[in-house]
Design a protein around this ligand. Structure first.
Ligand code: SF4
Length: 368
């Protein structure tokens, strides 16, 4: 049963298990692990967390804590012992500083340090001071006694929009300043709300940090390309591209590559988990992925096309072999992408419609 916490008291067992099962899937685990993850969430072990905000917009906290994920937030706040978080704590000024100092001393060596925002270095960090300390001083002081550091969002993880050229505050990522502690990066602008609770629950369930990639991101969340799980992928494989925002090809839900989609070079779990309680994500509402979990974001124009490294579909995809009856498939190469024009024709024929301009565009690419 759920413990008698103040946050999850209103959660039914069914809702609790539903969210735990989603979190288990977010960790890349089979549903059979859900009882083990639930036991970890309900256990007495509640890791102390100190959560700092530096140069950022607080969008990462907002997207996690807003009410569209009430069950997720309830479980998160029950699973951890949140000692300090400027956005939601009641205290302010000296009271808040005392709370931070107390938590720092009491839980030295045990607490998880969550950092949101990049660290500005200009003028000895004078453009971001909290409680008399610059962001850099505050980070160094608190990271020293942390068990591990979790960078929440792109700004803390890799610099993000704050460090975009000309980087007026000479900001840097957290990882570039912390060398003696495990640093887990959860980039995203904002990161998917499930990624932080999933990381903490992984730690509690297995007693170790999740496996990380070369950029210190949990592989369970950042191990695959957006492009490989995108609902528009069949349009990409068949060469159907949205030509312009508002164009018929856009309204038909075609692939957004030509509008600058960075999905082919972006590692994130947005297509699987989505946002707003799993209802939507940028590509589902017609906006190209801007690659916010990667260095490509914020120093690259949204309209710039991503370099396609491997145009082939992942091996687990069914073959793209749509073709008009009685004719061989016409496979061509466009923009380095394998385009099956026959597939587009077959698709249009199947829907009983003529090809819109976007498909004429395929022919143009085919000739290139
Ligand atoms: Fe989806 Fe973008 Fe890939 Fe097209 S290019 S399939 S919209 S991720």
């Amino acid at each position: 049963m759920l413990n008698d916490s103040i946050f999850s008291a209103a959660l039914s067992r069914r809702d609790f298990m539903k969210t735990i099962t989603t979190l288990t899937a977010a960790m890349g685990l089979p549903a059979a692990f859900a009882p083990q993850v639930a036991a970890a969430a309900e256990g007495d072990k509640r890791p102390p967390v100190i959560w700092l905000h530096f140069q950022e917009c607080t969008g990462c906290s907002e997207s996690l804590l807003r009410s569209s994920h009430p069950d997720l937030v309830a479980i998160l706040l029950d699973t951890i012992n949140l000692e300090y978080q400027e956005t939601i704590m009641a205290g302010a000024g000296l009271q808040a500083e005392e709370a931070l100092e107390t938590a720092h001393e009491k839980y030295a060596g045990e607490y998880l340090l969550v950092v949101e925002g990049a660290v500005p270095l200009l003028d000895d960090g004078g453009c971001c001071k909290i409680g008399g300390l610059s962001a850099q001083e505050s980070l160094q002081k608190l990271a020293t006694d942390a068990f591990a550091v979790v960078c929440m969002g792109t700004c803390a993880s890799i610099g993000g929009i704050v460090t975009a050229q000309p980087n007026p505050t000479k900001a840097v990522s957290v990882a570039s300043l912390v060398n003696d502690k495990p640093v887990i990066n959860l980039p995203g602008c904002p990161p998917n709300p499930y990624n932080l609770p999933a990381t903490i629950l992984y730690l509690l369930t297995f007693g170790k940090l999740p496996e990380l990639d070369s950029q210190n991101r949990p592989k369970f969340a950042y191990g695959r390309l957006v492009h490989d799980h995108c609902e528009r992928r069949s349009h990409f494989d068949a060469g159907r591209f949205a030509k312009a925002f508002g164009h018929e090809t856009h309204a038909l839900g075609y692939c957004l590559y030509e509008l600058g989609c960075k999905g082919p070079v972006t590692h994130a779990n947005c297509p699987e988990l989505r946002f707003n309680d799993g209802t939507a994500w940028p590509i589902s509402i017609g906006h190209p992925c801007i690659g916010c979990t990667e260095h490509v974001a914020f120093n690259t124009a949204v309209s710039d096309k991503a370099a396609i490294v491997d145009p082939a579909s992942p091996s687990w995809f069914p073959p793209t072999n749509m073709k008009p009856a009685g004719k061989p498939a016409s496979v061509a190469s466009a923009l380095g992408v394998g385009v099956a024009l026959g597939g587009a024709l077959g698709y249009a024929a199947g829907r009983g419609q003529s090809l819109p301009d976007g498909d004429e565009q395929q022919e143009e690419h085919r000739d290139e």
